[in-house]
Design a protein around this ligand. Structure first.
Ligand SMILES: Nc1ncnc2c1ncn2[C@@H]1O[C@H](COP(=O)(O)OP(=O)(O)O)[C@@H](O)[C@H]1O
Ligand SMILES: [Mg+2]
Length: 232
């Protein structure tokens, strides 16, 4: 489904990503990315979504090399990402924002998304006026529009409480399963990652340490040393 080969990104002489070979095989799964600050998680997401041109390496989706494709080509191709800011067009209601993107991308069942993220009560409110936790759900709902095959979320729960984070992941998992979307999620709340993700990849210093089942990654000595420390 998704594969990166030798994916590398340098900012001048900062080697943010170094030869990352990531593979996500199944559809309808949640794949978590963890790692300390500066590990290269956002750079990896940006290189996959096309926001950042890799210095070296390739991005393949279903065997097709999409490394050179634009962000908008990728979106039409079925790759979406969240934005961490809900109000794409200031002043629009939640309904208007969702409808705008749904019209552009041809979403057959916006109601399913609205219900899955429990957004019905917020539909007619200006998107920038609703509670922060609700805005985070709108943000992910926007990324879910148009039946993407692959969804990339960079810290979707940033700024949320533990309870809100769990709620957000519950919503996310439900729709990922329902729609068969594969979601790649960077999240620093490792408890949420280990609880909800099917597979987890740990990064450190721009390199992939390992990919595995949550239990396997959580107990890996290298991951514990690099990231989890005594908290594990
Ligand atoms: N635009 C940039 N210019 C220069 N260095 C950057 C830039 N973005 C990130 N970096 C550096 O690249 C490394 C990886 O950053 P990032 O991908 O944001 O890590 P993470 O998301 O895991 O915290 C860090 O050392 C960071 O300082
Ligand atoms: Mg980051």
């Amino acid at each position: 489904m998704l594969k990166t080969e030798d994916l590398s990104v340098s900012y001048g002489n900062v080697h943010a990503l170094q030869g990352v070979n990531l593979e996500v095989r199944a559809k309808g799964v949640l794949h978590g990315i963890i790692g300390p600050n500066g590990a290269g998680k956002s750079t990896l997401m940006d290189a996959i979504t096309g926001r950042r041109k890799p210095t070296r390496g390739r991005v393949l989706v279903d065997g097709q090399d999409i490394t050179a494709r634009s962000v908008s080509w990728r979106r039409r191709f079925g790759m979406s990402r969240s934005f961490q800011r809900t109000s794409i067009f200031p002043g629009l209601t939640v309904r208007e924002q969702l409808a705008l993107v749904a019209t552009e991308l041809g979403e057959p069942d916006l109601d399913e998304i609205v219900d899955a993220f429990e957004l019905r009560a917020s539909l007619d409110l200006p998107a920038d006026s609703i509670a922060y936790g609700d805005q985070r759900r709108v943000d992910i709902a926007l990324a879910m529009i148009g039946k993407p095959n692959l969804m990339l979320l960079d810290e979707p729960a940033a700024g949320l409480s533990t309870t809100e984070t769990i709620g957000l992941f519950e919503h996310l998992v439900r729709l990922v399963r329902q729609r068969g979307v594969t979601a790649l999620v960077v999240e620093h709340d490792v408890d949420a990652v280990f609880r909800f993700c099917d597979e987890v990849t740990a990064l450190d210093l721009g390199k992939l340490i390992l990919t595995g089942k949550p239990a396997e990654v959580r107990s890996d000595a290298r991951v514990v040393t690099a990231y989890l420390g005594t908290a594990a």
